[in-house]
Design a protein around this ligand. Structure first.
Ligand code: ATP
Ligand code: MG
Length: 466
């Protein structure tokens, strides 16, 4: 179905240039470049029925209605859009009146969600430029230029230049199926460039999350970030510290749970953004070489699961992202004489509470994170009924996967992971044999492979590595 697109993008340079305009032009054009239906490859077949229904109902009620944002960008790249954003001149209340199945959400940025079964279409009223009074407006900016609210209504032209990247400001009109390109986004699609509309430093100050969005889209779309869009990031990265933790949690899921986490992580580190999200992990990474491979592998396996459409949980990733600092603190507490179990408990608690100042982690995720960490101490203990009890813990599977990750990243010596693999796969007889082995084996599979403390009363049966 997308063959036409590939041809469109790979088409002769001349054709693209004539559509996209002169190379040197940049930033918002004076008016839109309008591309009639006969000259672009996007057809209604690429849009969901729900999206079309919303567009037509708005149109038939006399409002303007356009598809815009990710769905247009993805369609033009020949990818299946994952959701649809509609822009209109109808106010949220007017949209609400047209659709029974809708509700207004958001305060900072009021939009309407129109629901069709499991699909939600986001309908946004054209945003206007600040400073001019549109009566119904509420816009607020902090002393640093941070946009606290953005509910000034405007026209489509104003709406386009309020958007973040040129490739996100391409509109598809339901009135005549034409594309309206306000900021040379079509040209940037063709050259796979992510370019902020307007003055980049100003746009990042208005909303520092745009720095994360730049990296997220670059990783997801395999685009490069234009030099002037890239330049201010190093200096402005600390502005992310002003963003409410709840918003950063939403953004975190989009960064790491969308199938491109590993690439995204590399770019976040490259641009100095990761340190603003996970400061303690960033510090620990400078000291402990295994942290980076541990995180990369956790992200790589999450990416793979997403591509295979298998279930994923943020808890596993969060456990991996914060395990480095937990281990660093635990080591320090133990060095001060605290026994390992309370040291891990206290370290976990301290790391989570410091992290929560930056990114809020709902309890439904932080509790499993604690379980995954606690189980790391139980996995080496297999005598008597312990192995069976650990095996039956609801979070065993995640904790076992986490153990394999730690071994693969070189944090601990391999061995225990294989033991648990064999234990899970073995029949009763084999399990009994493994338990006996665990009872006598003092090698890495027999005890905690790391920081083993010599037992006081019992003689060690073999000198295994510590
Ligand atoms: P995807 O949904 O694939 O992650 P998207 O581009 O659709 O990508 P959304 O967060 O759904 O991203 O936003 C929809 C559109 O709203 C964007 O394409 C962009 O035009 C605009 N937008 C979203 N967030 C911002 C922002 N922080 N600043 C300016 N414009 C934004
Ligand atoms: Mg979207």
């Amino acid at each position: 179905m997308f063959k036409g697109f590939t041809r469109f993008l790979q088409g002769p340079g001349e054709r693209l240039r004539s559509l996209f305009g002169p190379e040197e032009a940049s930033g918002p054009a004076a008016g839109p470049r309008i591309i009639p239906r006969s000259e672009h490859p996007v057809s209604r077949q690429h849009f969901s029925e729900a999206a079309l229904k919303v567009l037509y109902r708005l149109h038939n009620a006399g409002y303007e209605a356009y598809l815009v944002g990710g769905c247009m960008r993805d369609s033009l790249l020949g990818k299946m859009p994952k959701d649809f954003d509609v822009a209109t001149d109808a106010t949220p209340e007017q949209v609400r009146e047209l659709f029974r199945n809708s509700r207004i959400i958001g305060r900072r940025f009021r939009i309407v969600h129109v629901r069709f079964g499991r699909e939600v279409i986001e309908v946004t009223t054209f945003r206007g430029t600040h400073g001019d009074d549109h009566g119904d407006h509420i816009a607020q900016q902090s002393e640093h230029g941070l946009l606290l609210r953005d509910n000034v209504w405007g026209n489509i032209q104003e709406d386009a230049i309020r958007r973040d990247f040129t490739v996100n400001a391409i509109y598809y009109s339901i009135a005549d199926f034409s594309i309206h390109d306000f900021a040379d986004g079509m040209r940037d699609i063709a050259s796979r460039t992510l370019r902020l509309i307007g003055d980049p430093a100003l746009r990042y100050r208005e909303d520092p999350v745009r720095m994360l969005r730049a990296v997220r889209f670059a990783a997801k779309l395999d685009f490069h970030i234009a030099p002037e869009t890239e330049r201010p990031i190093a200096e402005l990265a600390p502005l992310l510290l002003q963003i409410p933790p709840a918003r950063l949690f939403d953004e975190l899921l989009k960064l790491f749970m969308a199938g491109h986490g590993e690439n995204t992580f590399r770019l976040l580190r490259q641009y100095g953004l990761f340190a603003m999200l996970f400061p303690e992990t960033d510090e620990a990474m400078a000291e402990l070489a295994w942290i980076e491979p541990l995180i990369e592998q956790a992200l790589a396996s999450t990416d793979q699961r997403i591509h295979e459409e298998r279930p994923v949980t943020p808890a596993f990733l969060i456990a991996a992202l914060l395990w480095g600092p937990v281990q660093r603190r635990q080591t320090a507490l133990e060095a001060n004489g605290m026994p390992p179990i309370p040291a891990l408990q206290l370290a976990s608690q301290q790391v989570l509470s410091r992290q929560l100042q930056h990114i809020s982690i709902p309890k439904r995720f932080s509790l499993p994170v604690r379980d995954i960490w606690d189980l790391q101490q139980r996995l080496p203990q297999r005598r008597g009924k312990r192995a069976l009890q650990t095996r039956e813990h609801p979070r065993f599977r995640a904790a076992y996967d986490f153990l394999l990750l730690r071994e693969a990243a070189g944090e601990i010596a391999p061995g225990l992971g294989d033991w648990w693999t064999a234990y899970q796969e073995g029949d009763e007889h084999e399990q009994r044999r493994l338990l006996e082995k665990a009872g006598t084996d003092a090698g890495p599979a027999g005890n905690s492979a790391r920081r083993r403390r010599p037992r006081k009363r019992r003689r060690r049966s073999s000198p295994g590595p510590s």
